[in-house]
Ligand binder design. Sequence first.
Ligand SMILES: Nc1nc2c(ncn2[C@@H]2O[C@H](COP(=O)(O)OP(=O)(O)OP(=O)(O)O)[C@@H](O)[C@H]2O)c(=O)[nH]1
Length: 438
Amino acid sequence: MAVFNRDSADEVSRGARAIVVRADVPGAERRDSDARIEEAKGLALAIGIDVRAAQAFRVRDRKPATLFGSGQVDSIAALAQENEAELVIVDNALSPVQQSNLEKATGAKVIDRTGLILEIFGERAATNEGRLQVELAHLDYQAGRLVRSWTHLERQRGGFGFLGGPGETQIEADRRMIRDRMAKIRRELEQVTRTRGLHRARRQRAPWPVIALVGYTNAGKSTLFNRLTGADVMAEDLLFATLDPTMRQIALPGLDKAILSDTVGFVSDLPTQLIAAFRATLEEVLSADMIVHVRDIAHPDSEAQRDDVLDVLAELGIGGEQPQEDAPVIIEAWNKLDLLDAEAAAYVREAAARRDDVVILSALTGEGVDLLQRAIATRMTAGARVHKLRVPLADGAAIAWLHEHGEVLGSNPDGGDMAIEVRLSDSALARFWKRERD
Ligand SMILES: Nc1nc2c(ncn2[C@@H]2O[C@H](COP(=O)(O)OP(=O)(O)OP(=O)(O)O)[C@@H](O)[C@H]2O)c(=O)[nH]1
């Protein structure tokens, strides 16, 4: 039921014929224009849109009415016509006025980058919280786009438009409806967030370390996740294949059990309305013991992508200028090594050799994955020392725990206790005591 004026960013249908265009504003870009348009195409393909053509335009200054210059608008209209496009995707943020003017000029439906990402998030959100956050973002986006349109004027004709003119009342009613719905969603979200907090607390008590994979969209997180866990989930060439984190148990050398968590892909210029939805999925990362930052090292904007990811992590208090005290350590996994030619590979190896927090690999071919496993395990067990512990003989579970998580060097029954000499990392020891208390 369309209770309010659903704007044209809504209901993009799968298989829609589309063209992708973008305005490159000189000086405002720190990224490769081709790569940006490719990413936008990838985003559109991810929701099943039939992208027929893609083109970037240099725009000296953004035109308030149409964003693009008038000659460029004509070219876009011609491109849309040639390709029989029903949809024009503009990979920039558009004001409602620009959107509507471009629709008039092209005769096609126009959506901007925010609209596109909202569509993707809407399709990918798998948990209750993800769905609510996306709906909230969508409503917020729509509320900003309620302009006095002809449909409103038509509906209002003969109505009560004395003050403020016809249309005003309808817009107000629409706004109120959106506000009410948003308030309801916020209440539901509070409930869901509370439940999620409980789940997380329960998991934190689990005596295993948690490793979180983060990375820019399409960097190869899901592929690596599958490699490391042997699970065959979500290896798709789809952006945002993983809006909600997935947890799996993995085995690492010298570390019987650990939990690997896959998180949502990062993306540049994330629409402000979506930041909360995105962060919600990242809270998992905060409780991790270690972060593996997966990077597509063969991508032309690899460094800009890394900066985007690090900025978001810094906002969460991980890394950056003022990291939180017990924040997880980060290792970088430089992925897609197989895509580099010999010269580039040599260069990358040299750069990696200068750092002790980098592993080079290919999640696709498996090369180097063992090195990553070892690097994770080494860091996890770093600071392992020999401890002499006394555990009641009757506490078989505690004794088994120590055998499972540490290297038991000797054990002797002594009175009612077992005296155990065991090599354990500090974090494992802390987990052991915590486990005792619970
Ligand atoms: N050549 C090559 N391709 C890879 C490698 N790792 C991943 N890919 C490909 O890169 C694409 C994206 O991989 P995913 O694992 O889905 O990426 P992701 O980081 O989980 O993506 P999001 O879910 O969007 O965040 C897929 O087509 C993979 O097959 C690699 O080491 N080499």
